[in-house]
Design a protein around this ligand. Structure first.
Ligand code: ADP
Ligand code: MG
Length: 358
């Protein structure tokens, strides 16, 4: 297989009164065996990017390369891509075997050979007993597997998937997610996976590109995106429950930040790895780096609004002087917490992030 390169890709759409820049000069590569996810909020340009790679949209400028070959002028049906979208379109009047073998039939592969390939793919997807059945006789999960098997037989140059799990219920989602990972490990083609769900991206991907307003804010491994977000957008988007943000002032002579906490101010000594662009900074802290203490202790206090048990953790939401007016703290389940009580909170000094404000 090849590397897929997205080189200075730009896509504008003509709209009433001007142009809409859907993709704003983005660059990234998907390695030969790599699984790369594009994540970002609705409308940020994920689908448009994928459709340009697929050849379903013509870029305004920039190129798509498979290996060293510029495929910009190659039509979609000649790019040999396997695509998987939200709606699985199996042909209802064909058996599963014929459905899986269909891409090979289009290519003119003889019957015996294409059925052979269909059987192998069905075995990989663990649906060998379904080959003679019709799509209507299969469960939702089995149909997804059949659709995946059909993409496998193509031995595609790349897999392109646009929110393939978004119509599935929670349990099936996890199941099909695993199947997609299994297929990827097995066939090892470059995969571009589009989702608005950061958790999906975090669990499946080798690397994640976070998109915002047509641009890539940051690209990196799930671990890098989580532990070294480059800016507030990425910090806010990656991780669930999401990071808490507090406005603060930085004093470079004393290496301290000063935060408003209700009527009081909290001053922290900090060790920044770079001088901020201005004295106005935003301190970020993940929910797992906030400790809950009895009232009167710690950096802040606030009223506990919500206590939710999630497995062996508690997600607590406390009124606080943050951008969204609450501090989220995930703590161990042995805390005895009652909604409505006043608690103290302490920020773990070693796990603070600093961003330029505004
Ligand atoms: P995403 O998949 O991240 O939700 P899209 O790539 O679908 O985002 O869209 C990016 C932007 O481009 C949006 O503002 C959307 O309205 C616009 N857009 C997408 N397709 C078209 C089109 N065919 N015509 C006009 N605008 C479009
Ligand atoms: Mg989309």
């Amino acid at each position: 297989s090849w590397t897929v390169t997205i080189d200075n890709l730009r896509k504008e759409f003509k709209v009433i009164g001007g142009v809409e820049v859907a993709v704003d000069d983005i660059n990234f590569e998907i390695g030969e065996n790599e699984f790369v996810s594009l994540v970002g909020p609705s409308g940020c340009g994920k689908t448009t990017t994928l459709r340009c790679v697929a050849g379903l949209e013509t870029p305004t400028s920039g190129r798509i390369l498979f290996g060293n070959r510029d495929v910009s002028d190659v039509p979609a049906n000649k790019r040999n891509l396997a695509m998987m979208f939200q709606n699985i379109a199996l042909y209802p009047h064909m058996t599963i075997k014929d459905n899986i073998a269909y891409p090979l039939k289009v290519r003119g592969v003889v019957k015996a050979e294409r059925y052979d390939e269909a059987k192998k793919a069905a075995e990989i997807m663990q649906i060998p007993d379904m080959l003679e059945k019709y799509p209507g006789e299969l469960s939702g999960g089995q149909r997804q597997r059949a659709a995946l098997a059909r993409t496998i037989v193509q031995d595609p140059s790349a897999f392109l998937m646009d929110e393939p799990l978004s119509d599935l219920d929670a349990k099936l989602k996890v199941e099909v997610r695993k199947e997609i990972q299994r297929v990827h490990k097995r066939v090892k083609n470059p995969t571009l996976y589009v989702t608005h769900d950061q958790e999906e991206a975090m669990t499946m991907s080798d690397r994640i590109a976070v998109m915002n307003d047509g641009r890539i804010e940051q690209i990196g491994t799930p671990e890098e995106m989580y532990s070294k977000p480059k800016n507030m957008f990425v910090a806010q988007f990656i991780g669930n429950p999401s990071m808490n943000f507090l406005d603060a002032e930085y004093d470079s002579s004393t290496h301290t930040v000063d935060m408003a906490a209700g009527d009081e101010r909290v001053r922290l000594s900090v060790n920044l790895d770079r001088e901020p662009g201005s004295d106005d900074v935003v301190v970020g802290v993940r929910p797992e780096a906030v400790s809950l203490l009895p009232d009167g202790q710690g950096d802040f206090s606030g009223r506990l609004q919500l206590v939710e048990r999630i497995g062996d953790r508690i997600l607590s939401t406390v009124d606080g002087p943050t951008h969204d007016g609450e501090i989220r703290a995930t703590v161990s389940a042995d805390h005895d917490l009652e909604e409505g009580e006043i608690v103290g909170m302490e920020l773990n000094r070693d796990r603070l992030y600093f961003f330029d404000a505004g």
